[in-house]
Design a binder for this molecule. Sequence first.
Ligand code: NI
Length: 167
Amino acid sequence: MAILEIQKGDIPILRQKSEPLKCINQGVLQLVEDMFETMTHAGGIGLAAPQVGVSKQVIVVDISPHFPDCPRLVLINPLITDSTGEKLGEEGCLSLPGDRGMVRRASSVTVQALLPSGENTEMKVNHLMARVLQHEIDHLNGILFIDLLRSEDQELLKNEETLEAAG
Ligand code: NI
């Protein structure tokens, strides 16, 4: 396991579309473990491979700081196939330290992906998990949460509030 360097700022690696994985080999499994260690060390709840300089479609999520019973999740080549509702919520990003904002997201999404075992999965998620998955899948498409901010939403952000969720 190793802590990787988190890529920070509005830089090219975070602005390009990442490539789908064709096979899940030992290198990918090592990357996943390193991403979890890096994310936990940085206090995040989600991380996408481009954030550690790897332009591949891999995301890791661990929202157990907020929902202790929720297992950690690795999704490879994830795709949002359906989304419903709309919800405004606060976000930050490990690649944009200090930035935060109120972002409109679908309140529920269906995601298809490969698991590290090589099995296909489809899951419908809501609440925080839906927000984190949308944020991380955006990273795979070169989209940062700052792209989604609308000025009229930002007054809801309370100055004294501390950011609890960053991906
Ligand atoms: Ni992020």
